[in-house]
Write a protein of this length. Structure first.
Length: 290
């Protein structure tokens, strides 16, 4: 018996070492591109062009950051992105949860019809041109609503939230109704407070979605002062790529790309550690029931 415990202990140690090494390798592979971008953004254009930049900056300088931030345009686009991301995430969470909660009730009349119809939209969509025509017809071109509305409800996120709501004990909801709450009161005062893990997870998903969304802004926003930072980044990269193709300022192009990407990605990376525990918990609990 003692030898079995020793063998099991040795096997566990081997597994722990192998698992640690594997996770370290995966982490290094995942972190390398971003570390390389940071190093490149603080390096001189000549060092980048010569291929001398690795994990550490060469000829350290912040000139490109100063050039990008000069004039206040980048800061304005950053402000637009923050407003769009916060407002879009809040609206998306509200609407998605209000759709997911009724769908979690198997006794709801028509649930067996409504549910499949919603899932159908995951696989079949109207396409870009019909969506564009609808937005134009509704008069949402060049408006903040035109940028926010296309991504307000994600079917996949609704399914995750529905699965989580289905795990809430019915006894709690019945107790709330006995205390005088109606269905809306049960939703806002019982279901939502108990759903903070999945709500935090979905908030991260929607936040990243709106933060990185440049395509909808490209389609629906004409006024330059309204565009988000992701579209500005896309324009910078496009301009830099055109400069490379034309043979002009090749050294500066890669430096501009790196700085713009670091400035755009940094806020999301800083926010993630604070809600990581909710993210993991929400994903696990959201998949308990289908």
């Amino acid at each position: 018996m003692a030898s079995a415990k020793i063998k099991q202990s040795n096997a566990y140690r081997v597994f722990t070492v192998c698992n640690t090494v594997l996770m370290a390798l995966i982490s290094a592979v995942m972190l390398y591109p971003f570390i390389y971008l940071i190093a490149q953004s603080f390096s001189s254009a000549a060092a980048i062009n010569a291929g001398e930049v690795g994990l550490l900056p060469v000829d350290f300088n912040v000139d490109t950051y100063k050039n990008i931030l000069a004039g206040g345009e980048f800061v304005r686009y950053y402000g637009n992105t923050i407003v769009y991301s916060v407002l879009g995430t809040a609206l998306a969470l509200l609407l998605s949860s209000m759709l997911a909660y009724p769908l979690s009730k198997v006794e709801l009349k028509g649930n067996k019809i409504i549910g499949p119809l919603i899932i159908f939209t995951m696989y079949f969509g109207g396409g870009m041109i019909p969506s564009y025509v609808v937005m134009i017809t509704l008069g949402l071109r060049d408006t903040v609503a035109g940028f926010l509305f296309p991504g307000l409800i994600s079917t996949y996120y609704v399914i995750l939230m529905r699965s989580f709501f289905a795990t809430i004990p019915k006894e709690l909801e019945e107790a709330g109704e006995m205390d005088g709450l109606n269905k809306i009161g049960v939703f806002f005062r019982i279901a939502l407070p108990l759903s903070m893990p999945i709500m935090a997870t979905m908030a991260l998903f929607y936040l990243v979605q709106y933060w990185n969304d440049w395509f909808d802004a490209f389609l629906y926003l004409d006024t330059k002062t309204k565009i988000p930072v992701a579209l500005h980044l896309r324009n910078l990269i496009s301009t830099a790529a055109n400069a490379e193709d034309a043979g002009d300022s090749i050294q500066v192009a890669a430096n501009i790309k790196s700085c713009a990407m670091v400035l755009t990605a940094a806020p999301i990376i800083c926010v993630y550690p604070f809600i990581q525990k909710y993210f993991v918990q929400g994903m696990m609990l959201g998949g308990v029931k289908g």
